[in-house]
Design a binder for this molecule. Structure first.
Ligand code: NAD
Ligand code: GLY
Length: 359
């Protein structure tokens, strides 16, 4: 097992990464301060892994809450089911919520923990690659609104993150690839060596080579933990983690949540960001080519969905959380391993990029 730390002063927490961690009760119980716990999962992951986690809760008052599975259920309405389950079992302020699942369960459970009785502890047990490398770390929690993705939420940090890499054995290939999109993101924004490692090892990753996956997860978590420690509330550098997301969220919203996977939308969004940076003269064609090739080699889409117009992109991108004072800010690469958050670009560059990609 490897242990990383997210350094946030008295809210610091460990990320445990390894094989077989669901069978290590102390990783969970050491981070449960009170006398009760609620395991929150969904109807897919619950039947696979809830029992293995729940058996460590004997001696505590506990309950299980299974949510419907899917991005379209990441809503305030469905979140009520968590609150109802907690209230029906009389869970008090000392309770700890345990999020067992992918990013949807993790984001919703974290938000429920932030709100329930004005805040209770929670633990992340991510079971998708995307949740392991990104969403379980850093404390962004929330739900979608019909008018925008992840628009209702809170920054709220977990007590720990327990990544049992064996849970990836039951994840399907499409979901694995969606997680790889976020891994590639780290290489583009901050780590050219990691990008080159991904180029050399993508075949192993998609073949589920365990050492390769373990390294990709660890390096991704290291980068994310460093960024979160430096800029927890996204006043600056953390926004780099949104490379491709402004375009991607527009795709997710336009197509209906869940049609395109989050990672797939981010993949196409990262290509758009690279193409726009090339249009601005910031990156060379050769580097954009490497980005496209790596994304394609993971089996991820390079272009937006059929029928998505440039006008629809701009309409949806206008409600992005990075819009400040009406100005759209984008994360754009300046090279592989270096990106910036900027509103300083000619509007025509965005329009031309979107026009070219949606013809
Ligand atoms: P997801 O949670 O919908 O999980 C994908 C699918 O895999 C679901 O059907 C789920 O039930 C299933 N699944 C999960 N683990 C499994 C396993 N081990 N075996 C078999 N099936 C399994 O999707 P996701 O890609 O994990 O997360 C996407 C969500 O994460 C989006 O809502 C996105 O906005 C959010 N997100 C949040 C952050 C953050 O910082 N909080 C970062 C990135 C993404
Ligand atoms: N996934 C973006 C962030 O955590 O900031």
């Amino acid at each position: 097992m490897e242990t990383l730390n997210v350094d946030l002063g008295d809210r610091s927490y460990p990320i445990y990464i390894g094989s077989g961690l669901l069978d290590r009760p102390e990783l969970l119980t050491d981070h449960i301060a009170g006398q009760s716990a609620a395991l929150v999962s969904n109807t897919t992951v619950g039947p696979l892994y809830a029992e293995r986690v729940a058996r460590h809760l004997t001696g505590l008052k506990s309950t299980e809450i299974l949510l419907p599975d899917g991005e379209r259920y990441k809503t305030l309405e469905v979140l009520q089911q968590v609150f109802t389950g907690l209230l029906e079992t009389r869970m008090d302020r000392g309770t700890t919520l345990i999020a067992l699942g992918g990013g949807v369960v993790g984001d919703m459970t974290g938000f429920a923990a932030a709100c329930y009785q004005r805040g209770v502890d929670f633990i992340q047990v991510p079971t998708t690659l995307l949740a392991m490398v990104d969403s379980s770390v850093g404390g962004k929690t929330g739900v979608n609104h019909p008018l925008g993705k992840n628009m209702i939420g809170a920054f709220y940090q977990p007590q720990c993150v327990i990544i049992d890499t064996d849970t990836l054995d039951t994840l399907d290939d499409r979901q694995l690839a969606a997680g790889i999109a976020e891994v590639i993101k780290y290489g583009i924004i901050l780590d050219a060596d990691f990008f080159a490692w991904l180029e050399a090892n993508m075949t192993k990753l998609i073949a589920r080579d365990k050492p390769a996956l373990a390294y990709a997860i660890r390096r991704s978590c290291e980068i994310k933990a460093d960024i979160v420690a430096a800029d927890e509330k996204e006043k600056g550098q953390r926004a780099l983690l949104n490379l491709g997301h402004t375009f991607g969220h527009a795709i997710e919203t336009a197509t209906g949540y869940g049609t395109w996977l989050h990672g797939e939308a981010v993949a196409a969004g990262m290509v758009l960001a690279a193409e726009m940076a090339q249009r601005l003269g910031w990156v060379q064609e050769e580097e954009v080519g490497r980005i496209r090739t790596l994304i394609a080699s993971a089996g991820l889409p390079l272009t937006p969905p059929e029928g998505m117009t440039s006008a629809r992109f701009r309409e949806l991108m206008a409600v992005d959380k990075k819009v400040v004072g009406g100005a759209l800010r984008l994360v754009l690469p300046q090279a592989i391993g270096k990106a910036v958050v900027t509103a300083d670009f000619p509007a025509a560059a965005l329009t031309e990029t979107l026009n070219a990609a949606t013809q």
